[in-house]
Design a protein around this ligand. Structure first.
Ligand code: SF4
Length: 235
């Protein structure tokens, strides 16, 4: 069977970008790596604790220029459009030096990322996609895919088997035992967990959530993911 990511490349995809900046990846298996973050606009998943609700809307009323978005002084719904093959030029114009690109959102897998990720890998970048697992992941086979599964959220979208099986890393937010039970049910749907990093990430740095995550990671030989950027106060 040919996977969607192995077919012919699609035509150029227009990306809608809410934020783009260079920082250090703060969480998961790539913690500590200098990265260009590209925050794509649009998400219908509806997590109540979402800290990027300003990315949810795709209302064209918020469409503006790249300059305005790249120079935002505060988070807001404004986004700009760019064709995926122009993104690297934009990185150069911004003077970015990081060679790791994190495609996040919003829900980045609402977009076909095959051409973008191929072009970036061919140019010597590594790429990482951070997704809720509710859309098919269309990307280069070399991309690192982090699925942070969002189960039973308001938007009513299901976590897809195809996303779970494409994951290099499954990073689950936890605050209580119910979340670990949910993760067990998701992992049972994976064809193989060989080589897949399973990480628990305490929700909102709560002490009880952190204690539960630490205890479970030790017992299950999973990895603890702390949102280190929040501890050190960077974006
Ligand atoms: S999937 Fe991500 S962006 Fe979308 S609502 Fe949930 S936390 Fe927010």
């Amino acid at each position: 069977m040919q996977l969607a990511c192995e077919g012919n490349l699609p035509d150029v995809t227009t990306l809608k970008i809410n934020e783009m900046f260079e920082t250090i990846q703060g969480e998961g298996a790539h913690t500590g790596i200098p990265s260009v973050f590209v925050r794509l606009q649009g998400c219908p998943v509806g997590c109540p604790w979402c800290d990027t609700k300003h990315t949810w809307t795709l209302d064209e009323a918020f469409l503006t220029t790249a300059d305005q978005v790249l120079n935002k002084s505060e988070e807001n719904e404004c986004f700009f459009s760019v064709e995926d093959d122009e993104l690297q030029t934009l990185f150069e114009q911004q003077g970015y030096v990081a060679r790791h690109v994190v495609l996040t959102g919003g829900e980045p897998c609402m977009y076909d990322l095959r051409r973008l990720t191929k072009v970036l890998h061919d140019a010597g970048f590594s790429t990482q996609i951070e997704t809720s697992g509710t859309y098919e992941v269309l990307c280069d086979p070399r991309s690192w895919v982090t699925v942070s599964p969002k189960v039973n959220m308001k938007g009513g979208l299901a976590v897809l088997d195809s996303a779970l099986n494409r994951a290099n890393e499954i990073k689950h937010p936890v605050a209580m035992q119910r979340h670990i039970d949910e993760l067990d049910a998701l992992l049972a749907r994976c064809e193989s967990l060989q080589g897949v990093e399973v990480c628990l990430q305490p929700i909102s740095q709560q002490d009880r959530a952190t204690a539960l995550a630490v205890q479970t990671c030790i017992a299950r030989n999973w990895r603890l993911s702390l949102q280190t950027h929040k501890y050190i106060g960077i974006e």
